[in-house]
Design a protein around this ligand. Structure first.
Ligand code: ADP
Ligand code: ADP
Ligand code: ZN
Length: 213
């Protein structure tokens, strides 16, 4: 099963993608996580990506596509995957459609997690991230068992540099300009499904299972 998660930054794509990956036994591929791992490890790619990410802008398509195509080539992608944060532009979506078409494959579902802008800012200011394993928490809606510590791997949780309100506003405007058009793109492909992302995490996941099962 090949699934794309669509939605604004902070809509809950990563949270849901993790649950989907676990339930259906497919890899969760987050381009944001891959970029952050590169930044942490001080790679050339990480250095280039950081300059864009800190400003709330998208990393150029070329850099992103190279990285994603490499990831698709790995063995665990044979049974499908859930994509989180990719594609984010029409050229990225077109490149993905073409790469799949070459192998006679297609995306099964593009799930749009719909959350209005007003709700996004408060979600983002409470988000805490584990840069070691990619787990995400929220100080109010999904707190870790021990404050500031990752339940899964025990690493220290951080507030992402790009989750500050000024950067979040910029990311939201980038989302509306460059990523929102993908909703129509996948609607035309007949694979778009929408869920109400303002509900609780469990309720959103229940809605997604209904679509996928
Ligand atoms: P969020 O979880 O808030 O949606 P991500 O972790 O997916 O954020 O992405 C963080 C940043 O990484 C983005 O603001 C962007 O700079 C960069 N990024 C992630 N995925 C992509 C992509 N597919 N194309 C371009 N830039 C990306
Ligand atoms: P995205 O990957 O779309 O940027 P995340 O999954 O990281 O979004 O979620 C953003 C923040 O909101 C996180 O702190 C997460 O714990 C929290 N969150 C996710 N889903 C919900 C929900 N349904 N209700 C309340 N908070 C949520
Ligand atoms: Zn962790």
């Amino acid at each position: 099963m090949k699934i794309i998660m669509l939605g604004a930054p902070g809509a809950g794509k990563g949270t849901q993608a993790k649950s989907i990956a676990e339930k259906y036994g497919i890899p969760h591929i987050s381009t944001g996580d891959i970029f952050r791992a590169n930044i942490k490890n001080g790679t050339e790619l990480g250095k280039k990506a950081k300059a864009y990410m800190d400003q709330g802008m998208l990393v150029p398509d070329e850099l992103t596509l190279d990285l994603v195509m490499d990831r698709f080539a790995q063995d665990d992608c044979e049974k499908g995957y859930v994509l989180d944060g990719f594609p984010r532009t029409i050229p990225q979506a077109e490149a993905l459609t073409e790469a799949l078409l070459e192998k006679g494959e297609k995306i099964d579902y593009a799930i749009d997690v719909a959350v209005p802008d007003e709700a996004i800012i408060s979600r983002m200011s409470g988000r805490r991230a584990c840069l070691t394993c990619g787990a995400t928490y929220h100080v109010e809606f999904n707190p870790p068992k021990q404050e500031g510590v990752c339940d899964t791997c025990g690493a220290a949780l951080v507030q992402r540099d790009d989750d500050k309100p000024e950067t979040v506003k910029k990311r939201l405007s980038v989302y509306h300009q460059q990523t929102q058009p993908l909703i129509e793109y996948y609607e035309r492909q007949g694979v778009l499904r929408q869920v109400d992302g303002t509900k609780s995490m469990d309720q959103v996941f229940a809605g997604i299972i209904e679509i996928l099962d």
